[in-house]
Design a protein around this ligand. Structure first.
Ligand SMILES: Cc1cc2nc3c(=O)[nH]c(=O)nc-3n(C[C@H](O)[C@H](O)[C@H](O)COP(=O)(O)OP(=O)(O)OC[C@H]3O[C@@H](n4cnc5c(N)ncnc54)[C@H](O)[C@@H]3O)c2cc1C
Length: 376
């Protein structure tokens, strides 16, 4: 018997869907509520590292992820010079194991749709456009009131509702989410033939310019700049700004710039970070994914860490007899230090760029690669 028989998951992102799939598959009754009416409607691309792919394979969606994405096994470094000179092409470590690519790009809406379909097929009941209005727990369960006035009682509530987690606030947890000092322009568009892996251009007028193929016909491209208030720009002005910043980058970026014409596919956001000190649960409510820890995407590990939280939590819930302190201690033991290490390394990379410091990037990446190559 699992430690829980019915669970509410708040948030149908990576962490929430992964939790719902693993529990529902094993007969636990799962309600999954997602505040957005249709999360699969908009979005850019995502780079999934091998350790994220390992979790997606365990969830039974690897075939679809592979068919809808673009896998690759190396990383290019290019100069911000008039030729976009390729400085080095480095083989990337297959952190998910030898039979999965080192990295894979995927359109975010496709990934969301794949995970939602899988969660439904596993038996989870998903309600879109719904959220919670109140939580009250006692030693035997958690009473939840939903925004539409309906109610439910659960053995466990999993707050997988992202960086600004409602569940975290309901628990009365005060956690400072800090701006890292960088803002990112992202554009989703067609993939030119010259883009077959991620290349990063360090330096020039911005910190980083890069891209990631997300399918035969798609990619997302990005430029990371000092964080500034871009909120007053209209969509056409945003497009013009990203195009202007991209003028310093050449090689495949020349091909990308030629397709950078749709203002609706451009967005700007700041990098932010936090780590919730352990434990991540308060009684029968637990926070996972970005709700508990969030990092700038300098190592593209946020998605992987969210999936790993879900994998470890559900493994313990399914193996345990009861929702007791040893279970929470085991969760902390397996997740806290690993997620914190990844966040700190991601922040360190940002800091070196902001301060124009020559840190030992290969050593840092080697350390994180070794860490995440080990199963969570
Ligand atoms: C600019 C940028 C680029 C990134 N690029 C990458 C990358 O390339 N690779 C990578 O691995 N990571 C990347 N990340 C990080 C990654 O997006 C996150 O770490 C990951 O999405 C976390 O998953 P999650 O399920 O915890 O949260 P989320 O993906 O944020 O999902 C939370 C879900 O909860 C829902 N929700 C919120 N509030 C409520 C509520 N009150 N009730 C119900 N539902 C609610 C939201 O609508 C959302 O669907 C990037 C982050 C940023 C900011």
């Amino acid at each position: 018997m699992p430690a829980v028989s019915n669970v509410l998951v708040v948030g149908a992102g990576l962490a929430g869907c992964a939790t719902a799939i693993s529990l529902a598959e094993q007969g636990v009754a799962v309600d999954l509520v997602e505040i957005s009416p249709d999360v699969a409607a908009v979005g850019s691309g995502i780079t999934l590292q091998g350790n994220a792919l390992r979790e997606l394979r365990r969830l039974g969606v690897w075939e679809q992820v592979q068919q809808n994405g673009f896998g690759f096994d190396s990383l290019g470094l290019r100069a911000p010079d008039p030729a976009g000179t390729l400085l080095v092409e480095m083989p990337d470590v297959r952190t998910g194991g030898p039979d999965l690519p080192a990295s894979l790009g995927l359109p975010r809406p496709r990934l969301a749709a794949i995970l939602h379909e899988r969660a439904s097929a596993a038996g989870a009941k998903i309600r879109f456009g719904t959220t919670c209005a109140a939580l009250a727990q006692d030693p035997g369960g958690v009473d939840v009131t939903f925004a539409d006035g309906s109610t439910g009682r659960y053995d466990l509530v999993v707050g997988a509702d992202g960086i600004r987690s409602w569940t975290r606030r309901m628990l009365g947890i005060i956690l400072e989410t800090r701006a890292v000092g960088m803002g990112i322009w992202r554009a989703f568009g067609p993939r030119p033939a010259s883009v077959t892996r991620t290349d990063l251009y360090y330096g020039g007028p911005s910190y980083i310019a890069g891209y990631c193929p997300t399918g035969e016909n798609s990619l997302y491209a990005y430029i990371v700049e000092p964080a500034q208030d871009r909120s007053t720009l209209s969509p056409p002005e945003q497009l013009a700004t990203m195009r202007e910043l991209s003028q310093a980058y050449h090689g495949p970026w020349d091909d990308i710039r030629a397709t950078l014409v749709d203002a609706d596919r451009v967005n700007y956001t700041w990098f932010e970070t936090h780590v919730l000190p352990a434990p991540w649960n308060r009684g029968r409510v637990v926070l996972i994914g970005d709700a508990a820890h969030s990092c700038p995407p300098t190592l593209a590990q946020g998605g992987a860490q969210a999936l790993e939280d879900a994998a470890v939590l559900t493994e313990l819930l399914l193996a345990g007899e009861s929702l007791d302190q040893p279970l929470w201690d085991a969760f902390t033991e397996r997740r806290f230090a690993r997620a914190q290490t990844v966040v700190e390394a991601s922040n360190q990379l940002s800091q070196w760029l902001i301060e124009h410091e020559r840190g030992d990037v290969p050593a840092l990446i080697g350390r994180i690669t070794a860490l995440v190559s080990r199963p969570a």
